[in-house]
Design a protein around this ligand. Structure first.
Ligand code: ATP
Ligand code: MG
Length: 381
């Protein structure tokens, strides 16, 4: 995609997947490859200017435009090869930012499309001024799922890329990363905005890849500390099995096992202690998946029974009847458990269908499965 962009045929992409699947990490690698700091997966090194920004729940259409403008300005200012050219572009963007401020004060009187025109002009000016030194611009927008639908990210990017198509050189690639719900948000914003992007759905790692992650981590620590830390094949397999391919889980279980280890030889016991210890892997991951204090209460047998059975279906729909017959709970207990889990948005009810529920994500199901099956639990045995 960068290769095509560099030749004036920009291709934009969307990395999406569950929380902790590795979207930001992959964008980061991509940024390194684009700027020429590392060799790309194939072909020659690139030399793009990279502009990377993070979106937030408080972002609006206007604030995203401003972020796109001010991050461009910062990237230009920080790029060491652009000194000679920078002033010219800098002046331009300063003017733009000043206008942006003016617009913000006027706010209601601003025409968003005028602002977008300004932004497109900034990008295209920057692109042409740097074209003798750099191949183009890669704009990476992470946490793209965060702004509300009203920020109209899809329409914004569609408007921006369309404006840029009419300029030369058109060597700007936009890459988005976010939780898969971003697809719906973009579609809602503009029905054809999604067509701009080639989308990549990030999936869990294979068992072999998971083991490779653990080994890579240990190799890095050996390089840094010159300590020879070993890990037993059993411990590796155990971490890989219970992580179900979620990189974030692998990192957490492996890190906690590393912390629990005392003799530079990580074995199964270290993995278990790391997982269940105070501030251990389950607690860390649990706080991420259950909001706040609720995590402590998941120790309750009833809730756990329900979640455990549901997790066998990953994030697929399960009927209350089905749960009742498998979780072996009294009807009133089951009703209470379901109500509590539902109120806390830990399970999702099927719209228009009574008594059908599912877990919100596959990674959450993987967490529940590990939590309820992982040996060595202090209070589960
Ligand atoms: N391919 C990989 N190999 C090893 N570790 C990885 C890999 N991908 C991600 N990780 C690790 O997994 C963790 C989560 O990754 P990252 O933050 O990139 O995920 P994310 O999808 O952006 O998460 P979020 O949805 O929370 O933003 C990090 O600790 C990261 O280092
Ligand atoms: Mg991320």
């Amino acid at each position: 995609m960068l290769f095509n962009t560099q030749h004036g045929n920009p291709q934009h992409f969307l990395l999406h997947g569950e929380r902790g699947i590795g979207k930001s990490s992959l964008s980061y690698m991509h940024e390194f490859a684009a700027s020429g700091q590392i060799q790309p997966w194939e072909g020659e090194r690139f030399n793009f200017l990279t502009v990377s920004l993070l979106l937030e729940p408080s972002d609006t259409y206007i604030s995203i435009i401003r972020k796109l403008g001010s991050t461009l300005r910062r990237s230009l200012a920080n790029h060491n090869k652009l000194e000679a050219r920078a002033k010219e572009v800098w002046d331009f963007l300063t003017r733009w930012e000043v206008m942006g401020v003016k617009y913000r004060e006027l706010d209601a009187a601003v025409s968003p499309s005028e602002l977008l025109d300004e932004l497109a002009e900034s990008y295209s000016t920057a692109c042409s001024r740097i074209s003798d030194t750099l191949a183009g611009i890669l704009v990476l927008i992470d946490e793209a799922d965060k702004p509300p639908a009203t920020a109209n990210l899809g329409a914004l990017l569609k408007g921006l890329t369309e404006r840029l198509t009419r300029t030369t050189p058109n060597t700007i690639c936009f890459g988005l990363a976010g939780i898969s719900s971003v697809i719906d948000t973009i579609r809602q914003s503009h029905e054809s905005a999604l067509r701009l992007f080639t989308s990549f759905d990030l999936r869990p790692l294979s068992r072999e890849e998971s083991v490779e992650v653990i080994r890579n981590g240990l190799n890095k620590s050996r390089e840094k500390t010159s300590l020879k830390i070993r890990i037993s094949p059993e411990a590796e397999q155990f971490i890989a099995l219970y992580s179900e391919g979620y990189p974030h889980f692998i990192q957490q279980f492996a890190y906690c096992a590393f912390e629990a280890d005392k003799d530079n030889d990580i074995d199964l016991d270290d993995v278990k202690r790391g997982a269940w210890g105070e501030h251990g892997a389950f607690q860390q991951l649990g706080t991420k998946y259950f909001q706040g204090l609720y995590f402590d209460r998941i120790g309750s047998d009833d809730y756990r029974q329900v979640l455990r059975y549901m997790s066998e279906h990953l994030d697929g729909w399960v009927s209350k009847e089905d749960i009742r017959s498998h979780a072996k709970l009294k009807p009133s207990t089951l009703n209470n458990a379901i109500k509590a889990l539902r109120d806390r948005q830990i399970i999702v009810p099927q719209p228009g269908q009574r008594g059908m529920y599912r877990l919100p994500t596959k990674s959450f199901a993987a967490w529940i499965r590990a939590f309820t099956n992982f040996p060595g639990s202090p209070n589960l045995e």
